[in-house]
Design a protein around this ligand. Structure first.
Ligand SMILES: [Mn+2]
Length: 233
């Protein structure tokens, strides 16, 4: 059994992901962790979410885009999706934050679902974890969407805020645990750390960034944690 991670699919075509998983012979005994941001920007976000919901061996972690969808739940409570002009105060603000971050694709695709399907999607997303701690080949990995904001070595994971886990951006100099635990995250495309990292995962002593930029027109990757092999699409 092998453990894979990927991140920031941002509406990447589900069929292409499925083809890649088939190609690497991803099986029932393997597990895939998706470190958030399945939705927005590309077209297949909700298809990815609904596919994940049906897979016993795929785990989604919350990204800031799923967090924005959760925060905008009020859009889907009525008979039709309201216009920004009908929204007031904090709701208008919450809506504008999402739509300025690529939310329109998801809002549009939500229209195809029945009330029951929408409820089912939110019930799933409300339970999506903000982090996971896993052990692979004797190495402890901490998986989050964006890294660990306001990091201190002795702070337990449950004390990090949602903001710290889904919105923050480490720098190339950021160091996490000195005890061998490695943090794996996405959120900040690796090219933003330097052109030499474009389209490739970025490995440091204490963390690995696997957002290779599927949200900005590149293909995602799968990282197999058993041997740290990278599978390019
Ligand atoms: Mn993100």
């Amino acid at each position: 059994m092998s453990i894979y991670v990927t991140s920031d699919l941002h509406g990447y075509p589900l069929k292409k992901l499925q083809n890649k998983l088939e190609e690497i012979e991803f099986g029932f005994n393997d597990h895939l962790y998706i470190l958030g941001d399945c939705i927005d920007r590309g077209t297949d976000g909700m298809q990815l979410i609904r596919w994940i919901m049906a897979q016993p061996n795929v785990t989604l972690l919350l990204g800031n885009h799923e967090a924005m969808l959760l925060d905008n739940r009020f859009l889907f409570d009525g008979d039709s999706i309201p216009s920004v002009l009908d929204l007031k105060g904090e709701q208008r603000n919450t809506y504008c934050v999402w739509t300025s971050n690529g939310g329109y694709e998801t809002i549009d695709s939500m229209r195809q679902f029945s009330d029951a399907q929408i409820k089912h999607i939110f019930r799933f997303l409300e339970k999506v974890p903000f982090y996971k701690e896993i052990d692979v080949s004797g190495v402890k990995y901490i998986l989050t969407h964006s890294g660990l904001g306001s990091f201190t070595e002795d702070k337990p994971l449950f004390e990090y805020s949602r903001f710290d886990l889904v919105w923050t951006r480490p720098s190339l100099n950021t160091r996490y645990y000195e005890d061998g635990r490695k943090v794996i995250f996405g959120h900040t495309p690796t090219v933003l750390f330097g052109p030499e990292y474009k389209g490739k995962p970025l490995f440091t002593d204490t963390w690995i960034n696997i957002d290779v930029g599927a949200g900005i027109g590149m293909n995602p990757v799968l990282l197999r944690l058993d041997d740290l092999r990278v599978f390019y699409f």
